[in-house]
Design a protein around this ligand. Structure first.
Ligand code: 5GP
Ligand code: MN
Length: 343
């Protein structure tokens, strides 16, 4: 039996909103990951079974290794079809906002969502939810939006409508947001949910193969190169940094998603408590950070690298060159040690 975490009043309100809605739009954050896509597709599947007219709209393309998920090919990429996406959002009577806490996480879709007269419902596990939706199901203690969404379905008495395909999407999100249950994975309830999803017919072995163990040759070589030639280790400061510039990415025919997980690797070294990965984009630098224990990479990203996130997993978009971002990171190592490690 799952412990109860969702407020009854919010369940009641959501039930009414779903009952009264006909056209539903499901949205999620930019650079949609497994949890974003998994929760969106599961929501779409269950709402479609309820007889609703449902569209999933992504701010930009999802990682290609997620496109095998049931229903993924019907998702609408708003970058490719901006007017179509804006029209659907304006026309909707209910908009689900999944796996993001603030409208700025949906990029160019933010204005359309803000302007739509549709009711908005937020279901998310990031800290500090904005106040653009009602009800807000914000549970940062949940390791994924997919785990939280399973709970929401149960509370709405829709458990029986979760078919094998929706279950596959939910488990995909739970697996990707926990590194296949290797971090944020100490919640016993999560395993009750996994058991229920597997009982629905999900092949977890297949999901692992598709989500974690399928890479192109270029991707494997790029990661090997990054580890052997580009990893800087600052043992005294407990830090590590990997930077990849455009020419290096091009040499290995970089495709979106190829460096997923790379930032975690240096944390395997005893004594390294935080790690940064920086990738040169066209006019900014994409920053990813991970940490162990109570080192707050979200603060580091927020204070210096134009972003934010969770305590142990954060990111940002740095407005400057790759060299500047790397120099800034190195220059903060001593201060970080005093502030967050030796404190
Ligand atoms: P990733 O390193 O996988 O891109 O992102 C890890 C986490 O950091 C995300 O789940 C998100 O919470 C946060 N994050 C990543 N990029 C950004 C960003 O540009 N801005 C903010 N505010 N958070 C980000
Ligand atoms: Mn998530």
């Amino acid at each position: 039996m799952l412990t109860r975490i969702i407020k009854e009043a919010d369940v009641k309100r959501l039930k009414r909103l779903v009952d009264e809605s006909r056209k539903i739009v499901v949205t999620t954050h930019m650079s949609p990951d497994g949890d974003a896509v998994g929760s969106s597709l599961a929501m779409a599947a269950v709402m479609t079974t309820l007889g609703k007219d449902v569209k999933v709209i992504l701010p930009d393309r999802a990682l290609s290794n997620l496109m095998f998920l049931p229903g993924a090919k019907e998702m609408i990429d708003a970058k490719q079809y901006p007017d179509f996406a804006a029209g659907l959002i304006a026309d909707a009577d209910l908009i689900f906002c999944l796996d993001y806490n603030e409208l700025k996480r949906v990029g160019a879709l933010a204005d359309a969502i803000d302007a739509s007269s549709a009711e908005k419902v937020l279901i998310d596990h990031h800290l500090n939810p904005g106040d653009f939706a009602d009800p807000v199901f914000s549970h940062p203690d949940q390791s994924s939006t997919c785990a939280l969404l399973f709970r929401v379905f149960c509370r709405l008495e829709l458990f029986n409508l979760i078919d094998r395909y929706a279950a596959e999407c939910l488990l995909a999100g739970m697996m990707t947001d926990t590194g296949n249950f290797s971090y944020n994975a100490n919640d016993p309830d999560a395993y009750i949910i996994v058991a229920e999803l597997i009982r629905k017919g999900v092949d977890k072995n297949m999901l692992y193969e598709r989500l974690f163990n399928t890479h192109s040759e270029n991707c494997l070589r790029l990661n090997a190169y990054a580890m052997s030639k580009k990893m800087e280790v600052f043992a005294d400061g407990g830090a590590a940094l990997i930077c990849l510039d455009r020419s290096e990415l091009n040499r290995f025919h970089y495709a979106k998603g190829d460096t997923e997980g790379l930032v975690n690797k240096p944390l395997a070294i005893p004594g390294i408590v935080y790690s940064a990965f920086m990738r040169e984009e066209d006019n900014y630098v994409k920053i990813s950070m991970r940490s162990k224990g109570d080192f707050p990479v979200n603060k580091l990203c927020r204070d210096h690298f134009g972003g934010g996130g969770h305590l142990n997993a954060a990111g940002g978009e740095f407005d400057g060159t790759l060299d500047e971002a790397a120099r800034l990171f190195r220059s903060l190592i001593d201060e970080n040690k005093k502030k967050y490690i030796d404190k």
